[in-house]
Design a protein around this ligand. Structure first.
Ligand code: ASP
Length: 343
């Protein structure tokens, strides 16, 4: 008799736990696809009226090229780490994005690059801040993760490590682009003490790049690379190389790459908060991302967004700015978008 009661109780418990949430509209996939990959090329005041059809096409073509690269690696059974690194290289090599070649200028007229990498299988992480001569900062972050005893290196020391690791070095002039130089001149001519471009400035966007991938073995990796913010001073380092703010990956929950006003992303540990809400509160990726970006960050005045994927390949790309360059791919499925409203 007691056994029967216990059996009925446990069945009831299982049934209530399995009951689908009534207040959630999203479809949460619980069967993992063979692979998944998601990228961003920065968030900010990206509006159709500031864009020409040609420029829009250039961004979309480049994002497609980046996703093609990531899919190629993942479909062939490559690791999430390899996919993230190679996908980010495509965007670092393009002057369209504020990372690698297209990095923005500091107040002193230099390009100082930040990047980070994390793998979700073992919580390994690597990051670099303020490097001036490394062609692919994301590869240096990966080298710190895999080949050093440390998590974060900065400035000259990071550059020495890059040389020792045989990474491709360039003259600092390699990062010069007229568009970014002009953006710095605009900000300097407006107000010496200003730290940001004006809202109406077409370059007022956070053009950082990021990528999160899930490979065939169920491993998640995330990476972020940036030139930081135009007119940054005093060796300022943003969120992009801060694990838990700009980048996070944990196979048990999700991987995240951020873009936005770095000071807010650091203070509110944006990337880690999304994973923590899933871990400790049982939220879905979409719920957690939406809460952190569209509620908490908005309340605090922080602008930007993230791209993220969970261990089952669900994708979330929340942002609280008018636009974010973003896209994802899974076998037989791809989506690219720029503005808030579908484009
Ligand atoms: N988050 C970057 C930073 O603050 C900027 C960006 O996302 O574009 O350095």
């Amino acid at each position: 008799m007691i056994k029967n009661i216990l059996f009925i109780c446990s069945m009831l418990l299982i049934m209530t736990q399995c009951k689908p949430k009534e207040d959630s509209q999203e479809t949460v996939v619980t069967e993992r696809p063979e692979y998944a990959i998601v990228i961003h090329g920065g968030a900010g005041t990206i509006l159709p009226e500031n864009m020409t059809p040609d420029l829009e096409k250039q961004y979309k073509d480049k994002m497609n090229e980046a996703l093609d690269m990531g899919e190629k690696v993942l479909a062939a059974g490559g690791t999430a780490i390899e996919a993230v690194e190679k996908t980010i290289h495509i965007m670092e090599d393009s002057p369209l994005f504020n990372a690698g070649k297209g990095a923005v200028f500091t107040n002193a007229g230099r390009n100082e690059l930040d990047a980070s990498f994390m793998e979700g299988e073992n919580m390994n992480a690597g990051a670099i801040g303020g490097v001036t001569n490394v062609k692919h900062p994301i590869s240096l972050a990966r080298a710190v993760m895999e080949k050093s005893d440390h998590v974060m290196l900065s400035g000259e020391g990071a550059e020495t490590f890059a040389a020792e690791q045989g990474l491709e070095l360039v003259e600092p002039e390699y990062f010069y682009t007229e568009r970014r130089w002009n953006a710095l001149q605009r900000i300097l001519s407006e107000d010496e003490n200003k730290t940001e471009l004006s809202e109406s400035d077409p370059d007022k966007k956070h053009g950082t790049v990021g990528c999160v991938a899930l490979d065939k073995n169920g491993n998640i990796a995330a990476g972020t690379s940036t030139g930081g913010m135009t007119n940054k001073k005093y060796g300022r380092i943003g969120d992009s190389p801060i694990i838990g703010a700009g980048t996070y990956a944990d196979n048990n929950t999700c991987g995240v790459s951020s873009t936005g006003h770095g000071e807010y992303f650091i203070r509110y540990t944006v990337a880690r908060d999304i994973a923590a809400l899933m871990e400790f509160k049982g939220m879905t990726l979409e719920e957690a991302g939406d809460y952190v970006i569209n509620k908490r960050l908005v309340e605090k005045g922080g602008t930007g967004g993230v791209v993220a994927l969970d261990k089952n390949g669900n994708i979330a790309m929340p942002f609280n700015t008018p636009g974010m360059y973003r896209g994802y791919a899974k076998p037989g499925e791809r989506e690219l978008a720029i503005y808030k409203v579908a484009d």
